[in-house]
Design a protein around this ligand. Structure first.
Ligand code: HEM
Length: 414
C-alpha cells in the first residue's frame, strides 16, 4: 500500500468493517512511517500516531496538546454545517481542557472511583444473571451482539444513570446518531451522518431539560441527579455544558463496552477452550476482560492539537497541528505486546492496553466497563458447555466507535 492511499483507513466508515485487513495495513504503517501525515480532500491535514509510545506521550502531555471542541475527526464540511446549525458546539469532558476540564470532571468523579463502582457490583451481578437467563431462554442460537452485549451494557449504564427502562430505546437512538451515524443500518432517514448527528442532539435537548427539572425537584441516588445539580465554582453548571454532560454519560458507556464484549466473544467462539479455562479463576477473568478491550479497542481515535511546534517520533508538527491518537494500532504495537495479533486471555501484557486512553482524560467509566465484562465472562465461562460461530460476524461502520454489531452464535449450556 502506498502511504498516500492511507487516509481512508482513518476517516472512511466502511474501512472499519474488515479489521484483519485494517490491522495488516497498520502494521505496515507502524514499521515504515509510524507518524504519518494525511492530506485528504475535504479534511484539514493531520498526523496519525500509530505507536504505543507516541499515543501514550502525547495523551499525557496536557501542556502542549489540547483536546478542543474538535476532538473527533470529521470533514471540514461537517464542521461548517455544525457551526451553521446553531447547535451548541460540542463541549463534553473530552472537548474540554485544563481547569475547565478538571472542574467539570470533578462533578461526577466520585461516582466512578473504584469503591463507588464496587458498591454497584450486586446490581451488575443481577443484570448479568438476567441476560444469562435470556441466553438460556433463546435456546442455543442467538445474535450475541444484539441479544446480549448491547442490551446488557445499556441496562447497566442506564441503571446508574437513573434513566427508566422504557427510555432505553431513546438513549440507543441518541448514541447511534452520534457514534454510528455513518452505518446505513443506523442512518435512518437522514441524508448524511453530519445531519443525523445534529438531528439527534437537537431532539434530546428537550428530554434532558425535563430530566434536569425532575432531578432538581426530587434528587435520587443516580448520576442524572449529580449532573442536574452539579456546580462549578459554587454556581450551577452552564446549560450547554450540562446538556453535553448528559450526552456523554448517556452515550460513552454502552456501545463501547458492548463492542468490547461482542468482539471478545467472537474470538472466544473461535477458540472456546480459552473461555472454558476461565471458569472459577478470578485473576484470569480480570486479565481476559482487559484482553477483550485491548483486542477490540472500540474507541478508534481521539484528536489532540499542538499548542506550539512539537516533534513526535522524529516528525515536526507545527503549532495548531493536529494528531490522531490511533488506539487500535497502539494496542497492536509489536514493541509493547508479545505476538500482538494473537488473542490470548492469558497474555501477561494485556494491562498495557491503551483502549481507555491515559492521562487527565483517562476514561471515566473504565472501572464500570471492566466490571461489566468480568461479571459476564465469569458467568459465560461457567455456564456455557459449547459455543461456536453460527454465521459471519458483521461490523458496524464508523471511524469513531465501532465493532461487531451482529454475532451469530450456536451454543449449549449447563
Ligand atoms: C470498553 C469500554 C470503553 C472504552 C474502550 C472507552 C474509551 C474511552 C476513551 C479512549 C476515552 C478518552 C481517553 C483519553 O482521551 O485519554 C474515554 C473517555 C471517557 N469515557 Fe470511556 N470508554 C469505555 C467505557 C466507558 C463507560 C462504561 C463510561 C461510563 C459512562 C465511559 C465514560 C467516559 C467519559 C465520561 C469520558 C470522558 C473523560 C474525560 O474526558 O475526562 N466510558 N473513554
Amino acid at each position: 500500500m502506498a502511504m498516500t492511499d492511507a487516509g481512508p483507513l482513518f476517516h472512511r466508515a466502511d474501512r472499519w468493517t474488515d479489521m484483519e485487513a485494517w490491522h495488516r495495513q497498520l502494521a505496515e504503517i507502524r514499521r515504515s512511517e509510524p507518524v504519518l501525515r494525511i492530506d485528504e480532500p475535504g479534511f484539514a491535514p493531520f498526523w496519525v500516531l500509530t505507536r504505543h509510545a507516541d499515543v501514550f506521550a502525547v495523551s499525557r502531555d496536557h501542556e502542549h496538546w489540547l483536546n478542543t471542541s474538535r476532538s473527533v475527526l470529521g470533514p471540514e464540511e461537517d464542521w461548517r454545517q455544525l457551526l451553521a446549525s446553531g447547535m451548541p458546539l460540542p463541549s463534553t469532558l473530552v472537548h474540554m481542557d485544563d481547569a475547565v476540564h478538571r472542574d467539570h470532571r470533578a462533578v461526577t468523579n466520585d461516582w466512578f472511583k473504584p469503591a463507588a463502582v464496587r458498591h454497584r457490583q450486586p446490581r451488575i451481578d443481577e443484570l448479568a444473571d438476567l441476560f444469562v437467563q435470556k441466553l438460556r431462554d433463546l435456546g442455543g442460537r442467538c445474535d450475541f451482539a444484539e441479544d446480549i452485549a448491547k442490551p446488557y451494557t445499556l441496562r447497566v449504564i442506564m441503571d446508574i444513570y437513573g434513566v427508566p427502562e422504557e427510555d432505553e430505546p431513546l438513549m440507543m437512538e441518541l448514541t447511534q446518531g452520534i457514534f454510528g451515524a455513518a452505518d446505513p443500518e443506523f442512518l435512518g432517514d437522514a441524508a448524511d451522518p453530519g445531519e443525523r448527528m445534529i438531528g439527534s442532539v437537537m431532539r434530546f435537548i428537550q428530554y434532558f431539560n425535563q430530566l434536569t427539572e425532575d432531578r432538581r425537584a426530587c434528587p435520587a441516588d443516580d448520576l442524572a441527579s449529580v449532573i442536574a445539580n452539579g456546580q462549578i465554582d459554587g454556581c450551577p453548571m452552564g446549560d450547554v455544558e450540562r446538556l453535553w454532560y448528559y450526552i456523554i454519560v448517556a452515550t460513552a458507556g454502552h456501545d463501547t463496552t458492548s463492542y468490547a464484549l461482542s468482539g471478545g466473544m467472537e474470538q472466544l467462539a473461535r477458540d472456546p477452550a480459552q473461555l472454558f479455562g476461565l471458569a472459577g479463576d478470578d485473576d484470569a477473568v480480570v486479565n481476559a476482560a482487559d484482553e477483550m478491550i485491548r483486542w477490540t479497542s472500540p474507541v478508534r481515535h481521539f484528536m489532540r492539537h499542538a499548542t506550539e511546534p512539537r516533534t513526535v517520533g522524529g516528525v515536526d508538527i507545527p503549532e495548531g497541528g493536529r494528531v490522531l491518537l490511533c488506539y487500535p494500532s497502539a494496542n497492536r504495537d509489536e514493541a509493547v505486546f508479545t505476538d500482538p495479533m494473537t488473542f490470548d486471555v492469558r497474555r501477561p501484557d494485556a494491562d498495557r492496553l491503551l483502549s481507555f486512553g491515559v492521562g487527565a482524560h483517562f476514561c471515566l467509566g473504565a472501572q464500570f466497563a471492566r466490571r461489566e465484562l468480568r461479571t459476564m465472562l465469569d458467568r459465560l465461562s461457567r455456564e456455557l458447555t459449547h459455543v461456536e460461530l453460527d454465521g459471519d460476524p458483521e461490523w458496524a461502520q464508523s471511524h469513531f466507535v465501532s465493532g461487531v454489531k451482529h454475532l451469530p452464535l450456536a451454543y449449549a449450556m449447563r
